[in-house]
Design a protein around this ligand. Sequence first.
Ligand code: VG1
Ligand code: CO
Length: 546
Amino acid sequence: MAIQTIATQPIAGQKPGTSGLRKKTAVFSQPHYLENFVQSVFDVVGNEGDPTAQTLVLGGDGRYHNRAAIQTILKMAAAHGYASVLVGRGGILSTPAASCVIRKRGAAGGLILSASHNPGGADGDFGIKYNIAAGGPAPESVTDAVYHRTESITQYRISDAPDIDVDTIGVTQIEGMRVEVIDPVADYAELMARLFDFDAIRKLFAGGFTMRFDGMHAVSGPYAHAILEGMLGAPRGTVINGVPLEDFGGGHPDPNPVNAAELIGLMAQPDAPDFGAASDGDGDRNMIVGRKFDVTPSDSLAVLAANATVAPGYRAGLKGIARSMPTSRAADKVAEALGIACHETPTGWKYFGTLLDAGMATLCGEESYGTGSDHVREKDGVWAVLFWLNLLAASGKSVEEIVTAHWVRFGRHYYSRHDYEGIDAAAANLLMDDLRIKLPALPGASLNGHTVEFADDFSYTDPVDGSTAHKQGVRIIMTDGSRIVFRLSGTGTEGATLRVYFELYEPDAAQQRRPVQQALASLIAAADSVASITTQTGRASPSVIT
Ligand code: VG1
Ligand code: CO
C-alpha cells in the first residue's frame, strides 16, 4: 500500500450550484473528475486545521456510481491524512442523517454523494457536496474557494490500497487512517426519538391509524422501515418502495404530486390510508398528503410552526422561523401571531445555517418540499413526517381538518410553482435579463388586473455574518398582496429550468376551497404578459406544475 501522487489538469465547470456539484453520471465517471473535485475540497478545508486530528463523514443516497465514489474518496481521505472516516454501511447515509452524524460525532465535515431529487442511473445524474462541522452545506465562501481550486489543480493524492469493505459494521485501517462503518440509521433514529412523542405515535398506530410512506426506492426507505415499522409499530407494508435501488427503480425521486403519482393515487382511493408521505433521493425532502388532500410545503411549514409545541423537542417554543424567498408567506402570518421573526433567505438550505447556529430560527422551510429545524443543519424528510404524525396523534384530527382550520385562522396562501424544464439556457437567461430591465418601470403598472406595488431582483445580506447574495430571483409583489417570482434552477444538469412561483392570499374562509390553478389564473396570465414565457421559451405550458 502506498500513497500515489497523480498528475491532473483542471476540468471546466466544477462549480457547485444550489446544493453541491451535480452533473450527468457519465461526466462524473470521467477519469479524474471526482478526484479533482474532492482534492480541491480537501485543499480548501484541510487548511483549517491539522487533518490528522480530523474525522470525515462519508455516505450517499445509494444511486448508481455511489459505491465506486465511496472507495475513491476513502483512498483520497487516507492520502490526505484524515484521522478517521465514518462511512454509512453500504455507502448509505441520507443527507439529514449525515448532518446528524457530523454534529454528534464532532466531525470536521462530511462528503455527501447525491444528486438529490434528480434521477439516477448510468444515464441519470450524480452529485457531491461538502458539509461543514456545524453539519450544514458549505457556505458560498467555501464552495467558491473549492471552485477556484478546481481551476488550477495539477495533482491529487490517493492510496493504491485495495477496496475497503463498507458492508460490515466495524473498524478497519487504510494507510493508518481509521475507517469506521456505521449503521446509517442509529444516530438519526435516536435523535428523532428525543424530538417526538414516540409513545403517542405508537398508540396512534396501535389504534388502527393507517399510513403509506413512499421511499421512492431512494435513501429514506431504511430510515422509514426502522423508525415507522420498527420503533413505532406501524404495520409492515406501511413503507412502500422502501429498498434503495441504484436507479430508483427507473423513477424520479422527487416527492411532489407529479412524480409521486403512485402515492397520490393511493390517497385518492375510497379506502385510502389516513396519512401519506414521500421523500426524495437523499431523504431531505418531504411531501405530506391526507385523504384526497395534498398539503403544500409552504402550508406544511406554517402548520408545523403554529403547532410546534405539541412535540417534546419544541415544547419551549420557537426562536424564529426562516423561509426561502419563493416560499409562500403563510409562515410569516404564524410568526407574526407568535411574536417571533420570520427571516427571508435565498433559495437553498445553505442560507439557513447561520440563522440556526445563531439561535435566530428554529424551523426553516422551502416551497420545494423541504422542511427542517435546528436539530440538524439540513432539511429533513423523515423528521417532517414524524412531526406530522406527532401532530395527528396529539390533535386527533385529520390532515385536512388541521390544514383547513389553519386557513380559517390565518388565511390561505394559494400557491403553485410552474417549472419549464430543459429549456434553452440562452433563451432562459434572456428572459430573466429582459425582466430585470423592466423592473424599475413596473411599480404602478397593471398586470392582468393586478397592480404592481414593488418589483426587484432579490438580494440578501446575511444578518449574522454579513455575507451577501445577489440576483436570487425576480419578485413582483402586487398591491393586493399576491406575488409572482421568477428564477432559474441551480440544480439541473441539462439546459436551463425556469421556475415561476405564484402566491395569492385569501383571508375569506368562504373563498378558501377553490381549485388552486383556477384561484391563481389571473396571476398566471399576468406572468406570461410580463415575461412572454410562451414566446421566449417556446413552450405552451410548464412541464411540471406543483
Ligand atoms: C431546488 C429547490 C431548492 C432546494 C434545492 C436542493 O433548487 O428549488 O429549494 O434547496 O433544489 O434541494 P433549484 O435551484 O433547482 O430551484 V435537493 O433535495 O435537490 O438537495
Ligand atoms: Co434532496
